[in-house]
Design a protein around this ligand. Structure first.
Ligand SMILES: *Cc1c(COP(=O)(O)O)cnc(C)c1O
Length: 365
């Protein structure tokens, strides 16, 4: 069986380093906001080409705290509209709604599955104060165009970079394209911890400072609380694991791109719609998502041939019970995407034999 994702195999090369580090931290006895988090923030900021990184509890919190910090800084206000792609993972929308901001669900471009300049231009109103661009499946699209548009219109550009660690579009690195970005280090992401973890990257020193305070009970000095804060700190142990893995992220992304290149050039079945990749560095293939009109039969065929696939995502946000207020929206592109997408196995530990086998089975469908 070729599993969709083998996290044991992904982390296995780091086992000895992880165990040694765990013992060190155990002996040291300092578990929250210490040297490991500081080192990770420093190195991940450098990796993303931004001056500031703040480690937080998870990817949703990273995005939520960005919006909350902008509210505290007076740059966003309750009721402001935030443009969000309608086909995103629900976390992007929750981050907006938990701050009493209004998500404006916008259809994505069917080629990139991301927001495009043409998709958002006529959605801008007097109330539009932010765009949340999501680098879905690991692809950054129209980075410079969206950044320019946001600047010209005095709108904040925020990135949901939870799937795109290391993607680079026209010299613009994921995490450094907008005013701020939220990352997740959930175990299955391209850079994954051994549990929940996340980070915010930004060019803005004031925003970074506000998020440092917000993640730690609204406090800079212990037991002095300036604002209504949260507890969303990156654990020392998770930061330590991330410090061990970060130096290998580019290599891992490169392996994903090599596998994707084989899928893109060797899958020739006309029933399969392959992803369109204009700029190879701009896609780090967190997921390799194809579209097939008779998806159920396709998945069953692959499973019968010992290949596990998944769907990202089966139900669009506006059809979720939690978002009942959006149910009446007509979003045909988003609905088509959710009906047809299938994710093939994709990870840096897939062997070339496994890739060959996946290609053969997909082509024989
Ligand atoms: C994983 C993910 C998140 C949320 O990250 P968590 O760490 O699970 O909270 C947000 N947005 C996207 C696009 C994601 O894939």
């Amino acid at each position: 069986m070729i599993p969709f994702l083998n996290l044991q195999k992904i982390n296995q090369p780091y086992e000895v380093a992880f165990l040694e580090k765990t013992k060190q931290l155990f002996d040291k006895g300092w578990f929250v906001l210490g040297d490991e988090v500081m080192n990770f923030e420093h190195d991940f900021a450098r990796y993303c080409r931004v001056p500031f990184c703040v480690g937080v509890g998870n990817g949703l919190d990273a995005l939520m705290l960005i919006f909350r910090a902008y509210i505290l800084l007076g740059k966003l206000h309750k009721g402001d509209e935030v443009i969000v792609p309608a086909n995103t993972y629900i976390a992007s929308i929750l981050a907006v709604m938990h701050n009493d901001l209004v998500p404006i669900l916008v259809e994505p471009d069917l080629d990139s599955y991301n927001l495009s300049l043409s998709s958002i231009e006529d959605k801008i109103t007097d109330k539009t104060k932010a765009i949340l661009m999501v680098h879905l499946y690991g692809q950054v699209s129209e980075a410079s165009a969206l950044a320019r548009f946001a600047k010209e219109n005095n709108i904040l550009l925020i990135e949901d970079a939870a799937q795109a660690h290391g993607a680079v579009d026209e010299q613009l690195h994921a995490g450094a394209i907008g005013d701020a970005a939220g990352f997740s280090f959930y175990p299955g992401k391209n850079l994954g911890a051994l549990g929940d973890a996340g980070a915010v990257t930004t060019h803005d020193p004031q925003l970074a400072e506000k998020i440092r305070i917000l993640r730690n009970y609204g406090s800079e000095i212990k037991y002095q609380n300036k604002v209504l804060g949260f507890n969303s700190r990156l654990d020392e142990i998770q930061a330590a694991f991330l410090n061990i893995k970060l130096p290998y992220l580019n290599e891992d992304n490169h392996l994903r791109q090599i596998i994707a290149h084989r899928f893109l050039t060797e899958i020739t079945n006309f029933k399969v719609i392959l992803p369109k990749v204009e700029n190879r560095a701009a896609h780090v293939f967190h997921l390799f998502v194809i579209r097939v009109s008779d998806r159920n039969a396709f998945q069953a065929f692959l499973l019968k041939n010992d290949i596990q696939t998944l769907i990202h995502y089966p139900i669009p946000p506006h059809h979720q019970k939690a978002l009942a207020g959006f149910r009446k929206m007509e979003l045909p592109i988003t609905e088509l995407i959710h009906q047809e997408v299938v994710s093939l196995p994709m990870s840096p530990v897939l062997t070339m034999e496994e890739v060959t086998r996946i290609i053969e089975v997909v082509n024989s469908y």
